[in-house]
Design a binder for this molecule. Sequence first.
Ligand code: IMP
Length: 423
Amino acid sequence: MPVDVIVGAQWGDEGKGKVVDLLSEHADIVARYQGGANAGHTVCIGEKQFVLHLIPSGIFHEHITCVIGNGVVVDPTALMDEIAQLAEAGVNITGRLLISHNAHLIMPYHKQLDAIREQTPNRIGTTGRGIGPSYIDKFMRIGIRIVDLLDRDVLARKIKVNIAEKNQLLTKVYGKTQIDVDQIINEYQEFDQRIDEYVTDTALFLHGALKENKRIIAEGAQGALLDVDHGTYPFVTSSNPTSGGACTGLGIPPTAVRSVAGITKAYCTRVGNGPFPTELHDATGEKIRTVGNEFGATTGRPRRCGWFDAFALRYSAMVNGIENIAVTKLDVLDAFEEINVCTGYEFAGRRLKTFPTDLALLDRITPVYERFEGWNTPLSSMTSLDQLPSSARTYLEALAELTGTRLWLISVGPRRSQTIVVE
Ligand code: IMP
């Protein structure tokens, strides 16, 4: 049975956690393929709300095996906190969590360097979780991987090489104090003992599962417009949240992918710096933030809010191969007289053909809007497309048509039951 990929189609925070949790009912494995504890996947079970940063959102289903793939950067502290949080909630993860031996680790100096870079004028507005610096080390080929924890000598040697270099940077360039090598070696050795039972060759496991016809969901974090290759560079994250990242981040071939679904909010949000053509700086933006409770699940930062950008989403659908979309938080728009959707960008009096990833151009475009009538009705208890007011249906149909995708799921509230499946 092939792999279904779930991607964030905007700038992250689209509600992937809820959708993956729902789909998990009919799956065997949920595998996270990139990013790290910068993500915050919120899942509501009954009255309880959980925010997962690293462990895939399928963990709340007892029959699901969760995989943290080789493309993920693992922060030991965040992982241990999450395991403890699940234990406290009575979720048994024994034998159900597998971590790739090839995944890279986030080290304390990655967070330190992330924080220092964020104090410079070129700040990206990162989550401060050390993601960029860890991926820098990965691509510099000096990163420390989970497999390195197995052997104290190898670990100590690698950490020493890294710290010697980082100490130069910290003391000579940034004027900070040196890092203590032994403390870090001891901390990471202790971590090894605690995660040993979960570590394995996850690519091999996934290939075995594919042979056995198991259903695998590949869970992306962040969103396509934050992709280091296809997003609004340099205001992006340091990995590939787009669907292609699922193959490299899990070690599965593209031929194993059966479908790609994009998760999108009924409007747009973005945290951190960078272009956001449909951003609203007025009372309407504030209203979306308040009603939608648009504050970062990882950092608590207020999210920037704006109208749905169909032009950006069309591009996202193109680079991801999105066929179906799940539109989340439709209920947040319940009390708006009028709702705008961006259908294109204009520059120098001409319509652009596609979403520009060039910052200089993105900063100068003018979004073109189409206006839709609001529905002024609470949607949160509606369970089928037929029940939705006609103006809400018109809005949803327009989103699908303008983005060249099919409507698949509609979310009208945080609970599992507040979901409409489109036949
Ligand atoms: P980093 O991934 O922490 O390096 O942050 C880079 C950019 O991606 C910043 O604009 C962050 O706000 C954004 N970002 C990272 N993770 C998420 C996420 O899970 N949701 C939304 N934005 C994110």
